[in-house]
Design a protein. Structure first.
Length: 288
């Protein structure tokens, strides 16, 4: 308890230095929170596109049901297929009506007979899309094949690239925060050298002197992490209506509250480590 009181006295007597340490920590954890949200949401978006039919094969009008069933069996025998969805001409017409429900003219021009039946095929691995698309295109009952390999592949590439950028940027900011805390705590130790020498003369151990500064580093880390997390969550909630409109049809929301709580817990652990490590380096450097 005595160490905590000493820590609070250190912070209260130098508010500008404390604000600088908390501010740089908050910046670090805001970036960390932002990229955590990005990784979480992008993973959901990619999972969605991987779950929907990635290859669509449209059948010829003269295709017989037994030929379609035979093709389905051949696909399933490859062990590359996650899901196959068959849409009849009537199913295609129902989807068309839903899509153009506000355009009566378009509805009058189309009926179920002129729309093709189709297969919607999802593969277990993205790299199997080309193989399945080639297999479908060679079938005598298939008129046309469409697949979105490039979409999912490009999403994965961009996500991985931004993930690496986020990790590098977070590490740079964390190092920046550590160096700033070492400087701030080092300045405080230099300002209190006479007081520290007196305490040592009356029998205080080195760790007795060090603990208040280590607690101070932990304080800066935790407070900075909380405000960085709070700013990140607030910005994300503010942008939620826009994201819901922009990503309409993709089941991204709601994001479970447990994710926000777990993220805060992880950031607190990182903040405590950064606070202890940077403070420990400072006391080693200035309290020899």
């Amino acid at each position: 308890m005595r160490h905590l009181k000493t820590t609070w006295r250190h912070i209260r007597r130098s508010p500008y230095q404390a604000f600088a340490a908390v501010f740089i920590m908050a910046q670090t954890f805001f970036v960390l929170t932002f990229f955590a949200f990005f990784i979480f949401t992008s993973s959901r978006i990619i999972a969605y596109f991987e779950s929907v039919p990635q290859v669509t094969a449209f059948f010829k009008d003269e295709a017989k049901q037994e030929d379609i069933d035979s093709l389905r069996q051949k696909l399933e025998d490859t062990d590359k297929i996650a899901k196959i969805e068959f849409s009849s001409k009537l199913d295609a017409f129902e989807k068309y009506k839903e899509l153009f429900k506000d355009d009566p003219l378009s509805l009058e021009l189309v009926n179920a007979d002129i729309l093709p039946s189709s297969f919607g095929v999802s593969t277990n691995k993205i790299e199997d899309l080309s193989y399945v698309a080639d297999m479908l295109s060679k079938s005598a009952v298939v008129e046309r094949v469409v697949f979105q390999q490039d979409l999912v592949k490009n999403l994965s590439i961009w996500t991985n690239a931004l993930r690496k950028i986020g990790i590098v940027l977070s590490i740079i900011l964390a190092l920046d925060a550590m160096f700033l805390m070492i400087i701030i705590i080092g300045i405080k130790i230099s300002q209190k050298k006479e007081e520290i020498e007196i305490v040592r003369l009356i029998g205080a151990t080195s760790w007795y002197v060090r603990w208040p500064f280590i607690y101070e580093g932990i304080f800066y880390g935790i407070v900075g992490a909380f405000f960085g997390w709070l700013l990140g969550v607030g910005l994300f909630w503010y942008a939620t209506p826009f994201l819901e409109s922009f990503l309409k049809g993709i089941p991204l929301f709601p994001i479970p509250a447990v994710f926000f709580a777990q993220l805060l817990g992880v950031e607190f652990l990182i903040a405590i480590f950064l606070g202890i490590f940077s403070s420990f380096l400072a006391v080693l450097r200035y309290l020899k």
